[in-house]
Design a protein around this ligand. Structure first.
Ligand SMILES: Cc1cc2nc3c(=O)[nH]c(=O)nc-3n(C[C@H](O)[C@H](O)[C@H](O)COP(=O)(O)O)c2cc1C
Length: 178
């Protein structure tokens, strides 16, 4: 991976942070330059210089982002910066037992960033806590595939198949939905 990656983390009980740390470790082992930033206190300025970002967030309440992400969401919504120089991916942690709001924290970021002109590379990873699979095991494997499919440049490939992979759900999650 040639472009530095910033992982932005929002968590209530620490899972997303642990997942982000595992992802950082596995990508750094591949020679990537990875910075991990908790979202607490961040505003839209974090995206000002453009770049390559991975949002790692859980979902709470009725499909809300964790409290620590609210300031960043509010700032993006009020200032509505033009983010065409941003490429991003999303690791969304959730639980299917919450039904319609499954992984909506990640979806909220995805919709907001794309509405500001940022480009998502690949599909989101949606992790289902009720699947029995551990997110800290699923996410690093997903992240390796995700980075590979961006061709290590922090940009989504163009042309047929662009933005399709890697798989958006874990194995057990897919099996359940089939
Ligand atoms: C009070 C509460 C509300 C939750 N609400 C949702 C929800 O609406 N949708 C969802 O997909 N997951 C929901 N979850 C599941 C969490 O997002 C999931 O367990 C996640 O892995 C927690 O990650 P964290 O420790 O980083 O916050 C909720 C969990 C709790 C405890």
């Amino acid at each position: 991976m040639r472009s530095p990656l910033t992982i932005l983390v929002a968590t209530m009980t620490g899972t997303a942070e642990m997942v982000a740390q595992e992802v950082q470790q596995v990508l750094e082992a591949q020679g990537a330059q990875v910075e991990l930033r908790m979202m607490d206190g961040l505003d839209a300025g974090i995206f000002a210089g453009g770049g390559f970002f991975l949002v790692c967030t859980s979902t709470y309440g009725f499909g809300n982002v964790p409290d620590s992400a609210q300031e960043l969401i509010d700032s993006l919504e009020s200032s509505r910066p033009e983010l065409s120089n941003v490429v991003y991916g999303v690791i969304a942690l959730g639980d299917r037992t919450y039904g319609d709001t499954f992984c909506h924290g990640g979806t909220r970021f995805d919709e907001l960033l794309s509405s500001l002109g940022a480009r998502r590379a690949g599909e989101m990873l949606r992790h289902d806590a009720s699947s029995g699979e551990l997110p800290e095991e699923v996410a690093p494997a997903w992240a390796l595939a995700w980075v590979r499919q961006t061709d290590g440049r922090g940009s989504a490939p163009e042309g047929p198949g662009a933005g399709e992979g890697p798989a958006q759900s874990s194995e057990s999650d897919r099996a359940r939905s089939e």
